[in-house]
Write a protein that binds this ligand. Structure first.
Ligand code: F6R
Length: 240
């Protein structure tokens, strides 16, 4: 695990987008694993700028997760997030982008087919990850199996509270999500996790210095041979 502590959130997110752009430049037909959330917004803003000079026409992408029950055009769906933050602004082909369908008739089948599609694409070259304040990666909440595959997960109260800010007042945060499994994430050839802000400091310390445990699913990244963790000083503030 390589841990890089940058002076500011801006520098950490810029470093993440530079890593992605240099991979796309070196391997124009690469497969990216993408994440959503507040941390990723500046990463995608920098990618939108960089994508003017570097083509994404040959890139394939697989997103980590989607809320069960939300159709792609729902304002809080991750389909919509990805369109607004990235896909609508770059030359990636829509048919090469994959976000689990939250409105699938069978979310369990959707999850199984998603893993099969990743395998058929030859696996993920670089998986981008954020970190939940409770140590989740994707929507793999604490005590998720460290060998899990893409599947339906129940969201914890903490995650639903954290994400309520993104939903309209009075609108319920969905209870379930389809998420890439921890085992699926660990199969990516490289991993790039970005965490910024002091509210992530405890989760960051558990991920990097804690025992590898399902209590903090991100701690499994200690076993990944090519994982880079990009932090700002706030997120790094509880490290020894
Ligand atoms: C979203 C995802 C989540 C987020 C995490 C951090 O696709 O996979 O694991 O990365 O919840 O979210 P923010 O960046 O909003 O704090």
């Amino acid at each position: 695990m390589k841990v890089l502590i940058l002076k500011s959130a801006e520098l950490a997110t810029e470093a993440a987008s530079r890593e992605i752009l240099s991979l796309v430049e070196a391997k124009p037909d690469c497969t990216l694993g993408l994440a959503t959330g507040g941390t990723m917004e500046p990463v995608y803003a920098a990618l939108r700028q960089g994508a003017g000079a570097i083509s994404f026409a040959g890139v394939r992408s697989f997103n980590l997760d989607e809320y069960v029950g939300l159709a792609p055009d729902h304002a809080q769906s991750y389909h919509r997030y990805m369109a607004e933050q990235l896909f609508d602004h770059i030359d990636i082909r829509p048919e090469n982008t994959h976000v689990p369908r939250g409105d699938a008739a069978s979310p369990n089948t959707e999850a199984r087919l998603f893993d099969e599609a990743i395998a058929a694409a030859g696996g993920i070259d670089l998986q981008l990850l954020g970190l939940g304040a409770n140590g989740h990666i994707g929507f793999n909440e604490p005590f998720s199996s460290l060998g899990s595959r893409t599947r339906v997960k129940t969201l914890t109260r903490k995650t639903r509270e954290d994400n309520a800010r993104l939903f309209a007042e009075g609108e319920e945060v969905p209870t379930y999500a389809i998420t890439m499994g921890v085992g699926t994430i660990m199969e990516a050839r490289r991993i790039l996790l970005v965490a910024t802000g002091a509210h992530k400091a405890c989760a960051v310390a558990a991920m990097i210095e804690g025992p590898v445990s399902a209590a903090c699913p991100a701690s499994v990244l200690q076993f990944h041979p090519q994982a880079t963790i990009l932090l700002d000083e706030g997120a790094a503030s509880a490290l020894k």
